[in-house]
Ligand binder design. Structure first.
Ligand code: AVI
Length: 345
């Protein structure tokens, strides 16, 4: 097999030239540089899914959630629409609830829970935690405008990376209980040991009696699962490929997007959907800012994401292992998605 070195100046002039300029104008983010260097040198090649979420990737993810094939968001929203009051009631007795969300607000799903809390107790403090200050500010404006009685107290934090300690949250007041939301199947993007580490970290930041509401996607037929990660309109493909656009822009990389394709795979043994970027040809790609050249064989992939799918009872078992007693569980009519409430013991 001959190696095809993509001719950066001959065929695809405009993009690489623009990327070069931008790459020189902006300092390289060391965190991005380090994971990309390590991931593209490893065998098999892999990149972490957090790289998806630049501004364009975040917009594409929002679009994914509207695709007919991506049942997750709609299904979870339906569960909240039917059971938000019961969830809120189950999360507390007489105490007032303070609601903390990992991530900058899951729009209308979070809104349903906040409304239930306001109905129950008149007002509620809502604390979204996110690495992005701008995402938090947008969430604050949106929520405060839309729902009376909610005071938003955002906290900039990377809750995914810990130092072995519990989450460092604002202290609750006397007579208050905290309910942490980790919804949207976000836990599914962590491999099982990392998922457990994260749940323990959340538990470490809570007091006995506080709660964690966890949304997980459940195993279902392969066709439905695959379609959700390979929609006909190609939005998920664009989302996956946008990662290469990001590397072109931020690291002066010279990925030619047409030479890669989106692949979604159901890995039954690991109970996860995998997303890959597959090289359509044998090629060598330069990443100028990393002073790195990476060879791809035809058909070789970069593994970009895992999305774990759970069986009934599995989320509760994970919660129990992290120190939460099962306090409630809600699902949809088809049994496609599950929201579990764990109470810190
Ligand atoms: C954010 N996360 C829960 C999504 C998922 O379903 O795993 C990310 C995603 N990847 C492709 N489509 C959506």
């Amino acid at each position: 097999m001959t190696t095809f070195v993509f001719p950066t100046t001959a065929v695809h002039i405009e993009e690489p030239v623009a990327y070069q300029r931008i790459a020189h104008d902006h300092p390289v983010d060391e965190g991005v540089a380090a994971v990309v260097r390590a991931g593209l040198r490893s065998k098999p090649k892999r990149l972490p899914p957090w790289l998806f979420y630049d501004a364009a990737g975040s917009r594409l993810f929002d679009e994914i959630t509207e695709r007919p094939e991506y049942y997750l968001t709609r299904t979870e929203r339906g569960i909240f629409a039917a059971h938000a009051d019961a969830m809120i009631a189950c999360a507390t007795d007489e105490a007032r609830l303070r609601i903390t969300e990992l991530g900058a607000g899951s729009a209308d799903k979070t809104r349903l829970l906040l409304k239930s809390a306001v109905t129950r107790q008149g007002t509620v403090v809502y604390e979204p935690l996110d690495v992005s200050a701008s995402a938090l500010e947008a969430a604050r404006k949106r929520i405060e405008q839309e729902i009376g009685g909610v005071r938003v107290a955002p906290q900039v934090m990377d809750y995914t990376h810990g130092n072995g300690h519990g989450l460092e949250l604002m202290p609750t007041e006397a007579g208050e209980r905290r309910l942490v939301l980790y919804i949207g199947s976000s836990i599914g993007n962590f491999d099982p040991p990392d998922a457990m580490r994260l749940l323990r970290r959340v538990r470490g930041g809570l007091r006995p009696g506080d709660g964690l509401l966890l949304g997980v996607d459940l195993v279902k037929d392969e066709e439905t699962l695959l379609a959700a990660y390979d929609d006909v309109a190609g939005v998920t493909a664009d989302f996956n490929l946008n990662l290469l656009t990001r590397l072109n822009r931020e690291l002066g990389a010279e990925f030619y997007l047409d030479s890669f394709g989106h692949r979604a795979v159901w890995n039954r043994a690991e109970s996860r959907i995998e997303m890959h970027l597959e090289s359509r040809i044998a090629q060598r790609v330069r990443l100028k800012s990393l002073d790195l050249e990476v060879d791809f064989a035809e058909g070789e992939t970069i593994h970009t994401e895992n999305s774990y799918k759970y069986r009934h009872g599995q989320a509760e078992a994970m919660l129990a292992e992290a120190g939460f007693a099962a306090a409630g569980s809600w699902t949809d009519e088809r049994g496609w998605f599950e929201v579990c409430l764990g109470r810190a013991e």
